[in-house]
Ligand binder design. Structure first.
Ligand code: NAD
Ligand code: UD1
Length: 346
């Protein structure tokens, strides 16, 4: 059985589908602070399989101990965490508490239970503001953080790298850890029943585009058109969430294989291609035949010019590569939003 923390969330729920479709048993722990139980009901509907669910907090030591003694957990995928950059600048302690303490309690419980196979949700944010000559980014690129959210991911990565190093000193069973650095996840399951449902005004580009298309927002603000990029707008490596979810299954399979994963390994999960904001708006409008009203405004503080992945390591070692295109991303995003104008709150 695979324990999925934060499994009711956006990436977690998509990953549950892929795990179930690959015949893994799945147990989710989620405190539902940024998600809805409805997402897991929809996962069950899509797959025709059931998902174990425990409502609770990963920082709850006693609960985590209970889970590891009551269930035969083979590996853990740790999605649970907070992810809003702006909020993390205003409430850094909330971010350090949730993101770092949850990982600490999880790893302590795993070690006590002798379950030492972990997939961790990291982010391309750990590359900070990369200089153009470092693109596409490999896992060896310099690491830095520009905000408390990013710093929480960096600190956790460092902590995770210490664990296999300690095994050698203690002659202990080795940890195997896949640190997955996501580029920009977008899109939704093709059924249109499962998707990204941010509360309040979306920070990220794609939910802002879909909410503008459905009429919940008047227009998209394009943050700056004077970057040194193809059309002056920011460039990112957008990856379809279903491809991303499949990357987790590949990581779990590798961890559970005889070969395993040696120590703590970082893997970039991205397509390798950069897409600008205006290219994304155009792709969305053309594919879905909807107009997106937009205006150019000032740069958003803290934004970086451009980044995209070199994902060769994931291809070579995890046998994973992206399959879905930009058209799939914009089509599936609109399919979800148009069928669920108010997200899960119908
Ligand atoms: P999400 O908010 O949709 O999912 C996170 C889930 O974790 C939610 O269901 C939330 O209720 C739960 N949760 C949070 N703290 C918890 C705790 N202490 N105990 C139990 N449950 C808790 O976010 P997501 O987009 O699915 O992101 C999943 C992970 O991937 C996060 O760690 C995030 O930092 C990372 N990540 C996301 C992106 C992105 O753009 N979505 C990019 C890079 C990395
Ligand atoms: C943001 C986070 C990053 C996180 C990532 C997850 C910041 C500074 N960084 O990155 O830590 O890992 O989300 O996907 O927030 N844009 C607009 N108008 C909008 C929204 C966005 O023009 O209303 C532009 C941005 O300037 C950027 C691009 O769209 O060029 C993508 O933005 P966004 O989706 O917020 O992601 P990131 O900034 O890459």
């Amino acid at each position: 059985m695979i324990l999925v923390t934060g499994g009711a969330g956006y990436i977690g729920s998509h990953t549950c589908i892929e795990l179930l479709q690959n015949d893994f048993n799945v147990l989710v722990i989620d405190n539902l602070m940024n998600s809805s139980f409805e997402a897991l009901k929809r996962v069950e509907k899509i797959t025709g399989k059931s998902v174990g669910f425990i409502e609770g907090d990963v920082r709850d030591n006693a609960l985590m101990k209970q889970i590891f003694s009551n269930y035969q957990i083979e590996a853990v995928i740790h999605f649970a965490g907070l992810k809003a950059v702006g909020e993390s600048c205003a409430l850094p302690l909330k971010y350090y508490d949730n993101n770092i303490n949850s990982t600490l309690v999880l790893c302590q419980t795993m070690e006590e239970a002798g379950v030492k196979k972990l997939v961790f949700s990291s982010s391309a944010t750990v590359y900070g503001d990369p200089s153009p000559e470092t693109l596409p980014l490999t896992e060896q690129a310099a690491l830095s953080a520009t905000n408390p959210y990013g710093r929480s991911k960096l600190i956790i990565e460092e902590m995770l790298r210490d664990l296999p190093a300690a095994d050698k000193l203690n002659n202990a069973n080795p940890w195997g850890i896949a640190i997955l650095r996501y580029f920009n996840p977008v899109g939704n399951h093709k059924s249109g029943t499962l998707g990204e449902d941010p509360s309040g005004i979306p920070n990220n580009l794609m939910p802002f585009i879909t909410q503008t298309a459905i009429g919940r927002r008047k227009e998209l603000s394009v943050f700056g058109d004077n970057y040194d990029t193809i059309d002056g707008t920011g460039v990112r490596d957008y990856i379809h969430v279903v491809d991303l979810a499949k990357g987790h299954v590949k990581a779990v399979e590798k961890l559970l294989s005889n070969e395993g994963i040696n120590g703590a390994q970082a893997y970039n999960l991205g397509t390798g291609s950069g897409v600008s904001v205006l290219q994304m708006v155009k792709a969305f409008s053309e594919e879905n035949k909807v107009t997106i009203a937009y205006k150019i405004v000032d740069r958003r503080p803290g934004d970086v010019t451009a980044y995209y992945a070199n994902a060769d390591k994931a291809q070579k070692e995890l046998n994973w590569t992206t399959e879905l295109t930009l058209n799939d991303m914009v089509k599936d995003s609109w399919n979800w939003q148009s069928k669920n104008p108010n997200g899960y709150q119908q």
